[in-house]
Design a protein around this ligand. Structure first.
Ligand code: GDP
Ligand code: GDP
Length: 442
């Protein structure tokens, strides 16, 4: 069995004005908006993928999470630290050499130390190592290890800092144990019925295998067997805990969703049928889309909707409209209250999970592409016509294809979409996004 790999999560914690967003932007760079066609999620970005040498990790700026404007700084920091401890594999604790060591830093350091999560202590605004180095030593007093001097603005010291960050990945479980069971994240806004759904799935005839506390994190995964097959459900961390209030904060909700989605292959996005689909749902869905996960949209509370024979089509159309960037997503109408269609939900999970991992032989792919090109002439520009030479699938989860062409510039998005549709016409790939990489070859 193959080992599961997932991207580690690194959370940046620190007081206001120490330079968290400056550091975030320096590390995430232009990679922040990789997916242009996902509305709503490239703004107010608080997470991004960072590549350092051969490592990739997800960076979260907890500073974007401001619990309450009336809150004092310490309360804010505590909340940040809690989120970081809950979600991150490594915590990057940022302090400011110009402000020096302050009391709230010490208190947060205590919290982080108790969490036993790897913490990298980073001292920012060390714009000149000669001038400020003696001030950096003061931070040894926090008792959480060696302080790394950096200047986020001048991009100084970032390499050494990142080296320390990535050195914690192995021990914190970048590779989880061998496991081929479908891993399903249940995500959605507060009050859409996520916990009701998990509880309903846990109840009834289905056998509860166990509650396994994650070895590397606080999240609790739920194993559920259905028709003799095991599934792992990944709650948005803290789902079944009482501290729901915090989830009301949109950014907190998003951070949790990122954490859960990252650990799953299949995402069930729960939407409230009574309230209808919203921009917030689109933001959460965008996380799954960007990360190439299989997606099922579960329209919940279907029992509470007054309906006639057209309602299901109207709601479907509305959902398709708001989530127009994921036409591949499956939609199911359920009730966590009555249990309606929960059996079908398992069938859907099986189907999209297979599609997400499906491999298509190169020969067949090239037949489809040749036929597609014959049916619809590729675009041309300034007398040069696009030529498609060869297509092959290079990865699964999600299925990823490389197409070799004569000139990348000529391969418009719409023609790629056309090829995608031809492939989908033959193989379906329902529930999973497909990715295309365009390469030039002469
Ligand atoms: P945040 O509130 O922690 O996200 O802090 P910001 O990233 O918004 O930075 C707060 C202020 O500190 C801004 O005016 C930044 O330009 C400044 N700043 C950030 N990094 C550095 C640095 O390395 N050196 C100096 N001198 N200023 C910095
Ligand atoms: P969460 O915040 O997403 O975990 O949502 P909860 O599971 O706590 O549910 C929020 C509210 O919606 C609770 O009052 C539930 O009883 C109610 N609820 C959840 N699922 C359904 C459903 O399928 N039908 C109806 N009518 N109410 C539901």
């Amino acid at each position: 069995m193959a080992k599961r790999k997932r991207k580690p999560i690194v959370a940046v914690v620190g007081r206001p004005n120490v330079g968290k967003s400056t550091l975030f932007n320096a590390l995430a760079g232009q990679r922040i908006s990789i997916v242009q066609d996902t509305p709503g999620i490239t703004r107010d970005r608080i997470y991004a993928d960072v590549t350092w040498l051969d490592k990739v990790f997800t960076l979260i700026d907890t500073g974007g999470i401001e619990p309450d404007s009336r809150d004092v700084i310490l309360a804010q920091m505590r909340a940040q630290a809690e989120i970081a401890i809950e979600t991150a594999d490594v915590i990057l604790f940022l302090v400011d050499v110009k402000q020096g060591l302050v009391d709230s830093d010490a208190k947060v350091a205590d919290m982080l130390r108790r969490s036993r999560k790897p913490v990298v202590l980073v001292v920012n605004k060390v714009d000149s190592f000669e001038k400020y180095m003696t001030d950096v030593y003061e931070f040894y007093n926090l008792g959480i290890g060696d302080p790394h001097p950096i200047s986020a603005v001048n991009r100084l010291g970032l390499g050494d800092m990142l080296e320390d960050v990535v050195s914690h990945f192995q021990e914190s479980g970048e590779e989880e144990e061998e496991d081929e069971r479908p891993r399903v994240a249940i995500v959605g806004k507060p009050n859409v019925g996520k916990s009701s759904l998990i509880n309903k799935l846990l109840g009834e005839e289905r056998l509860i295998v166990s509650d396994i506390a994650g070895t590397t994190r606080d999240a609790v995964d739920t194993e559920i067997a259905y028709k003799g097959k095991e599934y792992v459900f990944i709650d948005t961390a803290g789902l079944r805990r009482k501290n729901k209030i915090k989830e009301e904060l949109e950014k907190y909700m998003i951070v949790r969703a990122v954490g859960a989605v990252e650990r799953a292959d299949i995402v069930v996005l729960v939407i409230d049928a009574v309230e209808g689909v919203s921009e917030q749902d689109a933001k959460i869905a965008g996380i799954a889309h960007e990360r190439g996960k299989a997606v099922i949209i579960a329209v919940n509370k279907w029992d509470a909707v007054e309906k006639d024979d057209r309602t299901i089509y109207q709601v479907t159309e509305k959902v398709r409209n708001v989530l127009s960037y994921m036409p591949y997503a499956e939609i199911i109408f359920i009730s966590a209250l009555t249990g309606q269609r929960l059996n079908k939900l398992f069938d859907l999970i099986d189907m999209v999970s297979e599609n997400h991992a499906m491999r298509v032989a190169t020969g067949v792919l090239n037949e489809i592409m040749t036929e597609a090109v014959a049916l619809q002439q590729p675009p041309a520009d300034k007398g040069k016509r696009l030529r498609l030479y060869y297509i092959t699938q290079v990865a699964v989860k999600p299925p990823t294809f490389v197409i070799f062409v004569n000139d990348k510039e000529l391969m418009h998005f719409s023609y790629t979409r056309y090829i995608e549709n031809q492939i989908r016409e033959t193989f379906g790939f329902r529930g999973t996004p497909l990715r295309f990489i365009i390469r030039e070859r002469n």
